[in-house]
Design a protein around this ligand. Structure first.
Ligand code: AGP
Length: 609
């Protein structure tokens, strides 16, 4: 997720560009840049790091031009650097582009362009677009953009600027947001409303496939075929702060609702076009590599640790390799048995958690092969590990991790299936069946998100309880741990998760009349056992809220309430069952008046031991 801005009018473009980017830093902040048409040439300045680094570079070097574009980056291809920061230009410097999204066929396009003599300066997928427009331009800027769009595949919001056409900016939107703000004698472009709300509340919200031709006194919206569209003006009623959260009250709720897209983006490019296999171009593992590994550790903290527990289940179940999961803060101090035959996987959303980074360094010191699973390109953990695969969740701002967790799960599942593919421990038929179900997950998460009212009701009814228990077996237990952490960290309710089978070994003593118990019961392989545990707590007059797969009418007989999630393979259902638990924690925190995005005592990234 990146932030894009554009300006065309009579004022100095740089002022809006920098101001707009500062309002979009929550969309990405590893590097930033602007391009301004100054007549003789297009001025370009970029800087790695937060926006202040770019501002410093512009202090005595501010361009005077009245048309420009800007970008604040969240890297997906090419680590954060000046060179990889946007905007990107073609060989001649006549064309400049900024981009949010992923050009999935960029490698093939880049090879072709290089073979035709184009010189690339960055490692990004975006630069390909700048060279394509150079090739396609025959005097008609709009026609050139339209022919470029026919060549690229993937998700994008793009803004093009051309020295040959200094009175227009052209925008194209596919899967990633783009808004045009309508001013008086000037117009504004941005990824999101916060960047323009101080200038105008009259906007065009672009739809997929639309192209905006933005001049200072006119904005024309056409479709891919060049036909004019009858675009309605959208008047923004939000205040600036709400706009940054996309109209949601909190970043956490916004990020919970971003999960379908985050999971889809993380899956993209990792499933073969014919749906028959998982591809992990970043790894290129083979049977020999995996056969030489006699132990796998998954090491992480907090939510990432809970994702690791699910990852263990996936790798052992599908790839039949032994996995041990450990808390990073424990692992490095227990003299772990690690050598060159050990593969250590570390999971970290931020890529900066000190316990996890230290565990990674200790593993390398002991000779282990290392793999990082992280959401931040160029983070310390990403750079330290031998290999890295990324979740593509976009920046996660709320302290409570939500979309990071589900994208970690989907990536661990694909990694396990990739390993199984190599080791031939899963039949082609079973693999194809799992991939078909995998592809449906984003839509099923959306479906789960569509019915929040029962969860709001439970949160209001039980939100003032001081103790809540989560129980489950197998994968349900791993998800129960995550659900309990969510509730604890943002509502401050004392919530604990237990393996259902453990209740009779002590915890049952705490189950008294009226205590809420969230029972996850989706794992068919242990369903009867889970049902008997539910009956155990019901017999002590607990209030039991079940999380079950759609159609499970048996369970309803024993529960006070049931939240159903869509049916899918029991391996994949954690991606769905965690959603009501995230929402339950969110609405319980609202009920208790807690600071949802910034809970007490906690930080988003724990960079101290
Ligand atoms: C999860 O909601 C918490 N914010 C916390 O447990 C977090 O998952 C943990 O600190 C690990 O962070 P990381 O994924 O950035 O390494």
């Amino acid at each position: 997720m990146c932030g894009i801005v554009g300006y065309i009018g009579d004022q100095k473009a740089v002022k809006f560009l920098i101001d707009g980017l500062s309002k979009l830093e929550y969309r990405g902040y590893d590097s930033a840049g602007i391009a301004v048409d100054c007549g003789e040439e297009i001025f370009i300045e970029k800087a790695v790091g937060r926006l202040d680094a770019l501002k410093d570079k512009l202090k005595d070097n501010e361009p005077a031009g009245v048309i420009g574009i800007g970008h604040t980056r969240w890297a997906t291809h090419g680590r954060p650097s000046d060179r990889n920061a946007h905007p990107h230009s073609d060989c001649t410097g006549n064309f400049v582009v900024v981009h949010n999204g992923i050009i999935e066929n960029y490698m093939a396009l880049k090879e072709g362009l290089i073979s035709r003599g184009h010189k690339f300066l960055s490692e990004t997928d975006t630069e390909v677009v700048a060279h394509l427009i150079e090739e396609e331009y025959k005097g008609d800027f709009v026609a050139a953009v339209r022919s470029v769009l026919k060549k690229i595949e993937g998700s994008y919001s793009l803004v093009f600027m051309s020295r040959k056409d200094p009175d227009v900016l052209i925008c194209a939107k596919q899967d990633n947001p783009l808004v045009v703000g309508l001013g008086e004698g000037e117009n504004f472009i941005a990824s999101d409303i916060p960047a323009i709300i101080s200038k105008t509340r009259k906007t065009y919200i672009l739809n997929d496939g639309e192209i905006a031709i933005v001049k200072k006194n006119s904005v024309e919206i056409i479709d891919r075929q060049g036909n004019a569209t009858d675009k309605k003006i959208f008047n923004v009623s939000w205040n600036a702060e709400a706009a940054e959260k996309g109209g949601y009250e909190h970043f956490m709720l916004k990020e919970i609702n971003e999960q379908p897209k985050a999971v889809r983006d993380t899956m993209s490019k990792r499933i073969a076009k014919d749906g028959s296999a998982i591809t992990m171009d970043e790894l290129n593992w083979d049977e020999k590599f995996l056969d030489e590994i006699n132990k796998i550790y998954i090491v992480a903290c907090g939510t990432a640790y809970h994702a690791g527990l699910v990852g263990k289940f996936y790798i052992e179940k599908l790839a039949r390799k032994l996995v041990e999961v450990d808390l990073a803060s424990e692992y490095r101090y227990r003299d772990p048995i690690v050598d060159e035959k050990t593969l250590v996987m570390v999971i970290s959303q931020s890529g900066e958690t000190s316990d996890t980074l230290a565990a990674l360094k200790e593993s390398k010191r002991r000779g282990a092969k290392t793999l990082a699973i992280t959401n931040v390109v160029g983070s310390s953990i990403a750079r330290e590990a031998d290999q890295v695969i990324h979740t593509w969740a976009g920046p996660e701002i709320a302290v409570a991790s939500t979309k990071a967790y589900t994208t970690q799960l989907i990536l661990m599942f694909m990694l396990a299936l990739y390993m199984a593919q190599i080791r031939k421990t899963v039949s082609q038929e079973r693999e194809r069946e799992l991939i078909d179900m995998l592809k449906k997950i984003p839509a099923q998460i959306s479906e789960t998100l569509s019915d929040v009212d029962p969860i709001k009701t439970f949160a209001r009814k039980y939100g003032f309880n001081e103790d809540v228990f989560y129980i489950g077996r197998s994968l349900d237990y791993s998800v129960a741990l995550e659900g309990a952490l969510k509730l604890k960290e943002i509502s401050y309710i004392h919530a604990e998760a237990y393996a259902s089978g453990e209740l009779k070994h002590g915890t049952l003593a705490l189950i008294v009349e009226g205590v809420p118990v969230i029972a996850l019961a989706t794992q068919k392989s242990v369903y009867e056992k889970t049902l008997s545990n539910i009956k155990e707590v019901k017999a002590r007059d607990a209030v039991v809220i079940g999380i079950a797969a759609a159609g499970d009418t048996e369970l309803e007989k024993y529960l006070d309430h049931v939240i159903f999630v869509p049916e899918t393979d029991e391996l994949l259902i954690p991606l769905l069952t965690v959603v009501p638990l995230q929402l339950l924690a969110y609405y319980a925190a609202i009920t208790r008046g807690c600071d949802v995005d910034k809970p007490r005592n906690l930080a988003k990234s724990v960079t101290v031991e």
